[in-house]
Design a protein. Structure first.
Length: 160
């Protein structure tokens, strides 16, 4: 599969000016653009990746360029032109990232609320350990871990 990686990103008036001058290609609509791209091809097609100016992107790569130009659609009320911070909340007793610190539902709820106050727009709540060597968690155990936390955070207006 071919990959066109946008580099040298611009936004706002600079992006629109670059697009109009032919020196930039739209990225997710007219408010963002790139002026340089890395062309990454499968090994059977090319053994290297080339960095080229937008004006020099070969016509065979235009489908990838055009796909990048499509406006992004809003999802779950988020502005597609803005970064979104997501908090990760593990509610397993053997979490590899926090040592089981949020296995207690009240501790997990407090942590989720703190993540939201710190700027997290989404909270990913995990109830199954992915620690290397861990045994699969039965669905009813995972649900017992996550549902009280999900219900409390959703009631507080968080997106999960």
């Amino acid at each position: 599969m071919r990959l066109l990686e946008p580099l040298d990103m611009l936004d706002g008036p600079a992006a629109r000016d670059a697009i109009e001058a032919g020196a930039g290609a739209a990225f997710g609509g007219r408010n963002h653009a790139f002026t340089v791209a890395r062309l990454i091809a499968p090994a059977y097609e090319s053994s290297t990746s080339d960095i080229v100016a937008v004006r020099d992107i070969p016509q065979s790569w235009w489908p990838q360029r055009d796909r990048l130009a499509r406006p992004r659609v809003a999802w779950a009320g988020f502005d597609p032109g803005m970064p979104v911070v997501m908090g990760i909340l593990n509610v397993t007793p053997d979490s590899f990232s926090d040592g089981g610190r949020y296995a207690d539902p009240q501790a997990a709820i407090a942590a989720g609320l703190a993540m939201a106050r710190a700027g997290a727009a989404l909270i990913d709540i995990g109830g199954e350990s992915t620690r290397p060597g861990s045994a699969p968690t039965p669905p009813e155990v995972e649900q017992a871990r996550i549902l009280p936390v999900i219900r409390a955070l959703a009631a507080a207006g968080l997106r999960l």
